[in-house]
Design a protein around this ligand. Sequence first.
Ligand SMILES: C[S@@+](CC[C@H](N)C(=O)[O-])C[C@H]1O[C@@H](n2cnc3c(N)ncnc32)[C@H](O)[C@@H]1O
Length: 293
Amino acid sequence: MIEKPFRPEVEDGHCHRELRTPSGSDPGITVFELYREDCVRGMSELPAASIDLVVTSPPYNLGIRYSRFSDTADRMSYLRWCKIWVEEIARLLRPDGSFFLNIGATPANPMFPHELALELRDLFVLQNTIHWIKSISLQEKEGEIVSRGHFKPINSQRFLNDCHEYIFHFTKTGRIELDRLALGVPYQDKTNIARWSHTGGRDRRCRGNTWFISYETIQSRDKERPHPATFPVELADNCIRLHGVEKVTTMLDPFLGIGNSAIAAQRYGIPKFIGFEIDEKYLAEAQRRLVRA
Ligand SMILES: C[S@@+](CC[C@H](N)C(=O)[O-])C[C@H]1O[C@@H](n2cnc3c(N)ncnc32)[C@H](O)[C@@H]1O
C-alpha cells in the first residue's frame, strides 16, 4: 500500500516569519527568534552546526486536539515525518550538543515512544532516558501515604493511570559530558559523603533519571494554559542545567507551543533562542508570556 506522505497542516499564506529581538546585547539577555512557520522549512534555512541545545516536544500523533494541526496521521507516515525534522536537528546540532525529546504514550499505544526512538537510531545515540514523573505516591516511614503532583484519572479496568512521559536525551556520540550535579540532591545517608571518594566531600549526588515535575495548578485552562499539550518550564530548565548552562549559546525548540522552553532559556540567560510554531495563537501566547516574564 502506498501511504500518503504526512504533511503538517499549514495554511497557505500563514508561513510568514515573526521576529522579536530585545535591543542591545547585555549579558544575560536572551535574543529570541520566534517564527510562525513549519519547523522543517524554517530549520532548513539555519546554518549547519549552529545549535548547542534542542529541547522539544512534537505532536505525539495521539489524537490531541490542536487548533491548527491534525494529530491523527497513520503510524508509518508519522514516523517518516519525525525522521525528516530530526534529520534537520541532526544537521543543526553541534557535535557536542544535546537533543532532549519529550514524548509520551497512551495506555492503548504504549510502544509509540520506543518506536520513535528506534526510528532515530541512525541519526543519534540515545545517551540517557529520563522519566518525567507527573504524579507519585510514596509511603512514608510512619506508614502514611503521601501523593504529589497532577493526577489525571482514567476510567479503565485494564490500564493504569499514565503518570509519566519520556525525555530521550540524544547526542551525536553518546559521550557528551553533562553537569550531573547541577541537578544534584543531598545524600540521604550522610556517611556516604566520606565513604565514597568521588563525592569530593560534597553533600551532593546525581539525581538520577527520574524527574518529578508537576504542572502548576491553574484555575482556568483557557486563560492560564491555553494549549492542550505543554510541558512545564521546569522540564526545560532541567535540560539546560544538565547539559551545562555555560555551554549553551544557541537553543532551539522546533515545536514551541506556548513557549515553555523559551521561558526557561530566558531564565538562564541563554544568549540566543530560536523557536518555530505553526499556530499563530500559540505563538502569540508564547510572545505574551516572554514579554511578561
Ligand atoms: C506538544 S506541542 C509543544 C508544546 C510546548 N512544548 C509547550 O510547552 O508549550 C507541539 C506543538 O507543535 C506545533 N506544531 C505542529 N506541527 C508543527 C510544525 N510542522 N512546525 C512547527 N510547529 C508545529 C503544534 O501547533 C503544537 O503547538
